[in-house]
Design a protein around this ligand. Sequence first.
Ligand SMILES: [Fe+2]
Ligand SMILES: [Fe+2]
Length: 216
Amino acid sequence: MRVLSTWLAGRHNLVRFYVTQGTIHVLNLQTSSSARWLNQVDRHLEEILIDHAHCEHKAAATAMSLLGAYIENQTLCEEMTQIVAEELEHFHLVQALLKRRNIAFRKLPPGNYGRELNKLVRGNEPGRAVDRLLVAGLIEARSCERFSLLAKHVDDSELADFYASLFESEARHHTTYVKLARDFASETAVKQRLIELATAEAAIIDAGHMLPRMHS
Ligand SMILES: [Fe+2]
Ligand SMILES: [Fe+2]
């Protein structure tokens, strides 16, 4: 797996690696999405688009929760404030996309992805902060990988352009969360824990889920 320092090299390197070396390594993910998920996309695209709107809302809520939990960390607060704003903007963009397509937004029963990942978060600080930030970062990374796949897969230029346009910000969010985790533990400890959590995340993704979701 590619080391963090490569991922943290900056936006221009990110784009270059995205194009030339594939998404998986730079996002610290340990598995790539399979044809099984793309099959769910083909059969349940509307439901997955609705779930995407929920994902953006949940991403904003996660950042707001982290802001409140670690409000004495000024850097974290500044970064979370920006992520909350960006995720809410994404939420509105997906809602507008749904409206253009006459897809009614509605509540959906959640899949198991977030619940299973959050079970891995340790109870005591500072490990809890490290895990919350890294889990948030892995969710951003998986979103990023799936947006990239969707952009290439769908035979719909509006959707393809939309998902390609979201790649950069979600990738940057991944970087931000990993960087912030290093405020709570050494770089070595963060790197080791990221590998552990990414391994668990890969197992959840490889197992899949019967409900068609952005992270099923
Ligand atoms: Fe987002
Ligand atoms: Fe994000």
